[in-house]
Design a protein around this ligand. Structure first.
Ligand code: IFM
Length: 472
């Protein structure tokens, strides 16, 4: 760990991030209809303790308090997502004004507090009716998403300058449709590949819809969670396993988005499952519409090896280790827990992966500015008797990773901002409320918010625009 101060560019954007279903609650208010996550979390056995987002951290009713909290921390930007079924119930037809008003009000409060609103259109809460009609494996869902993008663009284009189409489409496609550990809980690898393509198409169509709806100054982006894949050994077989996982995790999105084509090795690797005939003429030019920046979410690296013979491959890929794999056609690949300290998610702490990721995208997309749109860690934070919450592990994690961003900038990466995941403790999907990612602690009984030591530490970093030597 370096002990010299790392200074960031003056206009570097320091932010925090959340997502609608994880924080809002108010699941049935003002015309909101169920999303796939409402259905999934209400299905017995799908989430830890049967937790749901019905109430979450009640942000829908505490928005003003939460904006005040952020203002107190001095954050320059707030990345939030819009709940599709709140603004366009059932995923079709006209918008509900009250739903849009919630986000217009949020953006206004942020702007008044000097905080830049950063809007994500889709953070996994597909309207259930669209899933019932086939969900992301069906092409029509991409067109429904474009209509929704237009509605939101029209309503918030005057207030929001930085737009993200999808958050982590890998999770939507592969955790949702192959592994079944996320909503909608399907376990069909071909459906997952179809979903990935239709998410790509949805992104491209939404970019067009947003360009029509938004003023020219608006920036349009996407948040990906590329895997930083490392072969366990330098053997050819392990390196090939890493190549295969890289194609399934990252290039399945960046290929069509940045280069206008699916990687040939991905098509070969998955050929025994599908001929990809769901990709139609004209799709790829749409998917590769120019972007203004790329958002990257990073938590931990992935270590893989090739498995020979009949051995059952280890599946420590950090995605719940469910019975079904999220990796189509990769059944002879083992996923290993990287060595080192772990967070409460069991994810190994390794900031070097973040520098590596930023430099890879600098090489692959040299003209596109980058943002870290998510980075952070869950720990078992417990309030002290006086109510304060001390989380030195999270401070160390953030210190290491913000340092890794600084290193990447020093090596030439054009990184414009960093968004800490997450502002608040919240509903951590299938893990429920047991995993706390917040810089601000939430007492789930009283909904009381208490900034943890890491929040105060982050506020100091923001104020200084620099990373101080680690002193905890
Ligand atoms: O909580 C999630 C978030 O919704 C998406 N990215 C990863 C986070 C931690 O698991």
């Amino acid at each position: 760990m370096s002990d010299t101060t790392a200074t960031f560019p003056e206009d570097f954007l320091w932010g925090t991030a959340t997502a609608a279903y994880q924080i809002e609650g108010a699941a049935r208010e003002h015309g909101r209809t169920p999303s796939i996550w409402d259905t999934f979390s209400h299905t017995p056995g799908k989430t830890a303790g049967g937790d749901t987002g019905d109430v979450a951290v009640d942000h829908y009713h505490r928005r003003t308090e939460d904006v005040r909290l952020m203002a107190g921390l001095g954050v320059g930007a707030y990345r939030f997502s819009v709940s599709w079924p709140r603004v366009q119930p059932t995923g079709r037809g006209p918008a509900v004004q009250r739903g849009l008003d919630f986000y217009r009000g949020l953006a206004d409060e942020l702007l008044e507090a000097g905080i830049k609103p950063v809007l994500t259109l889709y953070h996994w809460d597909l309207p259930q009716e669209l899933e019932t009609a086939g969900g992301w494996p069906e092409r029509d869902t991409a067109h429904r998403f474009a209509d929704y993008a237009r509605l939101v663009g029209d309503a918030l284009g005057d207030r929001v300058e930085l737009w993200t189409t999808l958050n982590e489409p890998w999770c939507s496609a592969f955790l949702g449709y192959a592994a079944g550990v996320h909503a909608p809980g399907r376990t069909d690898p071909v459906a997952a590949l179809r979903a990935a393509h239709h998410l790509n198409l949805a992104h491209g169509l939404a970019v067009d819809a947003l360009r029509t709806a938004l003023p020219a100054r608006a920036e349009v982006s996407i948040s990906l969670n590329p895997a930083v894949v490392r072969p366990r050994t330098d053997s050819e077989a392990d390196r090939d396993a890493a190549r295969q996982v890289d194609a399934l995790a990252t290039r399945i999105f960046t290929g069509p988005m940045l280069d206008g084509a699916y990687p040939p090795d991905l098509l070969d690797d998955t050929a025994r499952l599908t001929d990809w005939s769901f990709v139609r003429d004209g799709d790829l030019p749409l998917i590769s519409r120019p972007l203004d920046s790329i958002g990257l979410n990073y938590y931990t690296p992935t270590v893989v090896s090739a498995v020979s013979g009949d051995a059952v491959p280890e599946r420590a890929d950090g995605h719940g280790g469910g019975a079904r794999s999220p990796w189509p056609a990769a059944d002879r690949i083992a996923f290993h827990q990287p060595p080192g300290e772990r967070t409460a998610m069991g994810w190994t702490v390794d900031p070097t992966g973040l520098t590596e990721l930023l430099l890879r995208f600098t090489a692959d997309a040299p003209d596109l500015p980058l943002y870290i749109t998510e980075n952070g860690a869950a720990y078992d934070d417990k309030p002290e008797p006086d109510g304060s919450v001390h989380d030195p592990d999270r401070i160390a994690y953030l210190h290491g990773h913000i340092g890794a961003v600084h290193r990447a900038i020093a090596e030439g990466a054009d990184v414009r901002g960093y968004f800490l995941w997450s502002l608040l403790d919240n509903f951590e999907w299938a893990y429920g409320y047991g995993k706390r990612f917040g810089a601000v602690h939430v007492d789930y009984t009283t909904q009381r918010r208490t900034p943890k030591s890491s929040a105060r530490w982050y506020a100091d970093v923001i104020r200084a625009g620099a990373l101080p030597p680690l002193d905890i």
